[in-house]
Design a binder for this molecule. Sequence first.
Ligand code: V47
Length: 359
Amino acid sequence: MDLKQEQDLIQKVRNKERLSQEEGEALYELDLYTLGELADEIRREKYGNKSYFNINRHINPTNVCADICKFCAYSASRKNPNQYTMSHEEILEIVRNSVANGAKEMHIVSAHNPNDGVEWYMGAFRKIREAFPDVHIKAMTAAEIDFLKREYGLSYDEVLDLMIENGVDSMPGGGAEIFDEDVREYLCKGKVTSDQWLEIHEKWHQRGKESNATMLFGHVETRAHRIDHMLRLRDLQDRTGGFNAFIPLVYQRDNNFLKVKEFPSGQEILKTYAISRILLDNIPHIKAYWVTASINLALIAQEFGADDLDGTIEKESIQSAAGAASAHGMNLDDFVAMIKNSGFQPIERDSLYNELKVY
Ligand code: V47
């Protein structure tokens, strides 16, 4: 890119014009600080100095999985021989304790469990809903929904309607990985396809429900693949408006079957946050998920377009199995202090981004 092209691109971002695949790729060629400034301008126009988080609990009820994803260290396999599946009572006990500790959202993501039927999934939601009418249940990635369809012969519509009947409020953004079909085939052949992932979220949004979208990056994908992933989400969001947040998940490298030659630098990660803020002009929130970014980089990402840090989490099993420092969540007072010390105003939100408390 020559100087004139660079200036034109910067002007286009400042004019809030929509960027193409090529222009998205060209953003990576800008220096980090220029890119950060552009993303920060957008972030501050939308949210000023606010940084959102919630008080939540991640529950991962089983690691027994019928599918194989090379990047996954969580599912039971020869690298992780400790299988477990929680009973409904065990799940309820976790919810009971977490609610008593102030959690307002249960983020429930399982492996693809072929042993206990659809009722094992849905009964857990129903029992939580009956016992805790006010808790927000964010559960079932599109990958789990596709698994229930394949395993138990239901349609996507039937699974989504069952989720609503049994009390699920919103969907997490997992299972998206990288939409490019060749990379996806290499990473997680047989799992939900990209088109199916998008179709499931579209159907969920058509029911008046909201969801998030993730992107797993920093492994074998290219910058072009990341831009393609974001633009496919932007297209769907134009049609439905149902995505709340985009969450770039930084790949964690331990205890899995994926061979990666080169890991992204901190600068590359920050550029990816900034570019997502610029390209995804129709997705309200960019989440720097501290679990995979590390808390230090997530705090800096607040200056590169991110306005949300996810939550206190309490316990996390998927990314911590692959090396993330999230096994025991984040202490609320520490979290608030860190956000304040980084120069931002901590805002506790609910799962749909209504503001609950200014710290
Ligand atoms: O899709 C698996 C990822 C995701 C690794 O919606 C890994 O608010 C990094 O759905 N390194 C599931 N990531 C988690 C998920 C999620 C997480 C946080 C917030 C939200 C939200 C949703 O975990 C999977 C996969 O991409 N994952 N292994 C790994 N080694």
